[in-house]
Design a protein around this ligand. Structure first.
Ligand SMILES: *[C@@H]1O[C@H](CO)[C@@H](O)[C@H](O)[C@H]1NC(C)=O
Ligand SMILES: *[C@@H]1O[C@H](CO)[C@@H](O)[C@H](O)[C@H]1NC(C)=O
Ligand SMILES: *[C@@H]1O[C@H](CO)[C@@H](O)[C@H](O)[C@H]1NC(C)=O
Length: 371
């Protein structure tokens, strides 16, 4: 207790008509005066977003009583039992009682009978009720409770369930809003897909009152649905604005039929469909490619010279994580007599892992003055 000198009888009289005003931002002030026996305290509540700053306002008006001390107590998730944590004295200022917590800052003014506190980096553990207590001489203590409510924004994500081509309905993706308080709303915007897709939503509430909400997107994984854009929208009081997560439905499949296409007189390209895109590997009769006679660039094979040592069965293998397939190309360089022209015989063996049908075709190579 601070030593208090003097007694102002005028103040003593007026002390019967004071009011402690405590309110939230925005102030829901409601001034009520009454006699000391039925003192009206103005209260309110504060809400803050996790990680943000909360102002715990508390002040007194309409009194000329002498203020000797302001103290703060709390009952929070972290400290469920009434915890006296801060005392503010006229000369010494603010002092922590049971250990320092630098997140609290006294921003009021003792002379103005203002006990307002600022709490930065608010966490869920701080949620609860704060009590500010004014000690007056000679009238004693007056207090009010300030509930602090926390909003916890969720962690949001979309997870691709990696569906593979099929005819049965499967899970395409899940959209999650994890650890939100209050619970977040999660929904899918599927636009033109209409009833080709279905959604379900599940939520789990934890002991700390945060909730994880998961919305699942289902459909038949066809080629047609592959590549469609959808959006997951997450909203709720814990978010200052709606969050939109775009998602492209992907249907995954191993390389389909592998075709080898002629792209110029001496170059060929291996063509297939796959998701994700296939990687291509060229080889000749199970051996490395003749060097420096051919050049390979991804799916493309170029014959750099037209000589018989390039002859053979070339194989292009297309693969991704879901599987592989190959196609074959038969190269045979034919010299026709002493003429200046060379003939090449290309056989493209379309294969479905096992050699299937063979397509053969011939064309004349312009030897461009080669002997
Ligand atoms: C009390 O202090 C706070 C923080 O400085 C201030 O915002 C508020 O206006 C003060 N209240 C009164 C009634 O002086
Ligand atoms: C949602 O919850 C229900 C009931 O608990 C459960 O059967 C279902 O598998 C859940 N769905 C997802 C996608 O988690
Ligand atoms: C709440 O509890 C869950 C489950 O124990 C935990 O994963 C999450 O981090 C907690 N949230 C907060 C804000 O403490």
């Amino acid at each position: 207790m601070t030593v208090f000198t003097g007694c102002d009888c005028d103040n003593l009289m007026r002390s019967q008509f004071y009011v402690i005003l405590c309110s939230l931002v925005p102030i829901s002030a409601l001034l009520l005066t009454s006699d000391a026996d039925a003192l009206q305290v103005i209260g309110g509540s504060v809400t803050a977003v996790q990680g943000g700053t909360a102002i715990l306002p508390c002040y007194v008006i309409d009194t000329n009583d002498d203020l000797t001390q302001i103290s703060w107590q709390r009952k929070t998730r972290e400290k469920p039992r009434n915890d006296n944590f801060l005392t503010i004295l006229p000369r010494e200022g603010a002092q922590f009682v049971n250990g320092d917590d630098d997140r609290f800052k006294y921003i009021g003014n003792f002379n103005d009978k203002n006990g307002t506190l600022q709490l930065s980096n608010v966490a869920l553990k701080d949620e609860g009720s704060y009590t500010c207590i004014f000690t007056f001489f000679p009238s004693g203590n007056q207090k009010t409770d300030i509930p602090l409510k926390l909003f916890v924004p969720p962690f949001t994500s979309v997870k691709d369930n990696l569906p593979t081509l099929g005819t049965e309905e499967v899970l395409f993706a899940t959209c999650t809003a994890a650890g939100s308080k209050p619970p977040a709303e999660v929904r899918w915007l599927t636009g033109a897909l209409g009833d080709k897709v279905k959604t379900t939503t599940n939520s789990t509430q934890y002991d700390n009152d945060t909730t994880t909400t998961v919305s699942s997107l289902f459909g038949v994984p066809t080629r047609e649905i592959n590549g469609h854009q959808v959006q997951c929208v997450i909203s709720g009081d814990s978010l200052s604005k709606e969050e939109t997560l775009p998602f492209t439905i992907q249907v995954y499949f191993s390389p389909t039929e592998v075709n080898i296409k002629k792209i110029s007189e001496d170059s060929f390209e291996c063509v297939t469909e796959a998701n994700p895109n296939a990687k291509f590997t060229w080889s000749r009769s199970g051996q490395p490619l003749p060097q420096p006679g051919v050049k390979v660039e991804g799916a493309k094979l170029q014959l750099l010279s037209l000589t018989s040592d390039l002859n053979g069965l070339y194989r292009c293998e297309a693969s991704n994580t879901y599987g592989k397939k190959h196609g074959q190309l038969y190269v045979h360089v034919v010299s026709v007599g002493a003429s200046a022209a060379a003939w090449a015989l290309f056989g493209v063996l379309l294969s479905l892992n096992v050699v299937g049908a063979a397509v053969w075709y011939f064309y004349k190579l312009q030897s461009g003055g080669q002997p």
